[in-house]
Design a protein around this ligand. Sequence first.
Ligand code: AHG
Ligand code: MN
Ligand code: MN
Length: 338
Amino acid sequence: MPKSSIVTLDRFILDRQIEFRYSSGELSRILYDISLAAKVINREVNKAGLVDILGLTNATNVHGEEVKKLDDFAHREIIKSLSLGGQCCVLGSEEEEDIIPIREEDSGEYIVLFDPLDGSSNIDVNVSIGTIFSIYRRQHQEGTVEGLRKEALQRGDSQVAAGYVLYGSSTMLVYTTGHGVNGFTLDPGIGEFLLSHPNIQIPARGKYYSTNQGYYHLWDEGLKNYMRYLIEDDPATGRPYSLRYIGTLVADIHRTLFYGGVFFYPRTKTNPSGKLRLMYECNPMAFIIEQSGGMAIDGHQRIMEIEPKRLHQREPLFIGSSADVRQAQFFLTQQEAK
Ligand code: AHG
Ligand code: MN
Ligand code: MN
């Protein structure tokens, strides 16, 4: 019987179950629940202009940011889907200040931290947005709320899986369990995510840099030197680089994963920890990019070695092709050495 060229997400997980050191059925179930929520969110994203799902709720989140209706919708859909799946003991969401304990009768062995809708500022103008998720195995802290808070604060290098959904020209789910990175594209006709980008490898070096250059005046001198280096005219060393910045982390990282280069959201004089959240933006993206052969640092150390202290803590992020991230690190540390 010829192997089917159509590989669904579920089939792929089953075929690769030896790679996941726990029961593949549990991982399958979690990824199924996330992909189900993603399909529901995708449906709303695709008709966002037609129904009253755009615009603002009257709420602000823990970060003091206005919560968009689609942020809130995605947040609720993912909680609904994961709470009933029976695999998780606690959830953490950008849109919820504290952890979300799962009731005893539905509790399981996993923790899922997520950014339900990434790129909120782009929702109302039809620019790509995403969902980011990070999966841990429980370490069997005590079953109290305090114990569950500790479960949700494990180092990035303890992740058992991580991934993102990109709601773009097509809807893709990209994830890793520590054995490479694979991409699945949603076939709306059959409602399945089909394997479309097996074993994604990031180029060793790229020709794009991706950052909000509007903050240049707030950067450290070393980073200013790096950016000036990138835009010098020196074809022999592949410069100048081109600037690409979408303002949705998932979309900027997805492009970097395929085209190479470097994305950075650095610390600034006004935001000394940068903007991006460690637990549900930096760590999952770092796991994916490292698994594709790239690098992810806070400017000095690996993102995934940072000891988390708070669910919503922010960290500077430099991520992408290893040669580019190393070069950024050189400029940052060279400046500090002076
Ligand atoms: P979120 O919509 O989940 O709050 O994330 C937005 C983040 C991230 O997607 C993006 O890289 C960054 O904000 C853009 O920030 P600036 O608008 O400051 O460039
Ligand atoms: Mn985000
Ligand atoms: Mn968000």
